[in-house]
Design a protein around this ligand. Structure first.
Ligand code: SF4
Ligand code: SF4
Length: 240
């Protein structure tokens, strides 16, 4: 099972994958979505890199074409690949007789608390792929926050990783870079809610105004990305 699982991962076009033991997150999953996701003992976190130069280009925050290209790249191109990968993995797990629920890469279902169907960062963190930074982004060891995620919740008996250690240290570059003042500067804590470190409403409202003034119209989705751009863990292109 484990080696076949690895083959599916190798062929599905993702850059990162990890298996999370969800037991530390069960209460939070219950609170967010009832038993639908809390019943799963594990989740597979799938990560796809965002193109380095596309992130670099949004440092020029006023360039309309680059802003549009960034939004297209992350929401249409990268998310599509993640959703296809999650579908492939779900098919494999179901064929083996296990439950599998693919959670799409980007999905806000509640504009009251800006939450999605089920969390991606919890699974990515518990699987060992990275930690939740001051930006509330998942910061990976390999590519910093320049990665997007999809998640497949499952009961398959896959080998789980260990949660990754937080390596933000005294850095606050994302806090300084955020034009909306959306981050409190506090470090992420497992026993506290996201509001402790990040205000999604402030981020969203900034982006709504920004898109209107820059693009002259409402555009679905999109973040300004300066928190992703500023993080030193993603700032260097690692050549093979
Ligand atoms: S996307 Fe922009 S506005 Fe939102 S938190 Fe990141 S830096 Fe701040
Ligand atoms: S910019 Fe610094 S504080 Fe923010 S997530 Fe990255 S390492 Fe952590």
């Amino acid at each position: 099972m484990q080696s076949e699982f690895q083959q599916v991962i190798d062929q599905c076009g993702v850059d990162l994958a990890g298996v999370a033991d969800l037991s530390p997150a069960r209460e939070a999953l219950l609170a967010q979505g009832g038993d639908t996701f809390a019943k799963f003992p594990r989740a597979v976190s799938l990560g796809c890199r965002v193109a380095h130069e596309v992130v670099e280009s949004i440092g020029d925050h006023g360039n309309r074409a680059l802003v549009m290209n960034y939004i297209h790249h992350i929401y249409s191109v990268v998310n599509h690949r993640l959703d296809q990968a999650a579908l492939s993995l779900t098919g494999f797990l179901m064929a083996k007789g296990y439950l599998a629920f693919p959670v799409p890469a980007s999905q806000v279902l509640s504009y009251e608390d800006y939450s999605g169907l089920a969390p991606h960062k919890t699974a990515a963190h518990l699987s060992g792929l990275g930690w939740v930074g001051r930006s509330a982004l998942l910061v990976t060891k390999q590519y910093g926050p320049r990665v997007r995620f999809a998640t497949v919740y499952t009961d398959a008996p896959l080998d789980a990783g260990e949660p990754a250690k937080n390596r933000c240290g005294s850095c606050d570059q994302c806090v300084e870079a955020c034009p909306a003042g959306a981050m409190t500067g506090e470090a992420f804590a497992q026993d506290k809610t996201r509001d402790h470190i990040y205000d999604p409403k402030a981020c969203n409202e900034y982006m709504r105004e920004r898109r209107l003034s820059l693009l002259g119209k409402r555009v679905f989705g999109g973040n300004c990305g300066l928190c992703i751009h500023s993080c030193p863990f993603g700032g260097k292109l690692k050549r093979a």
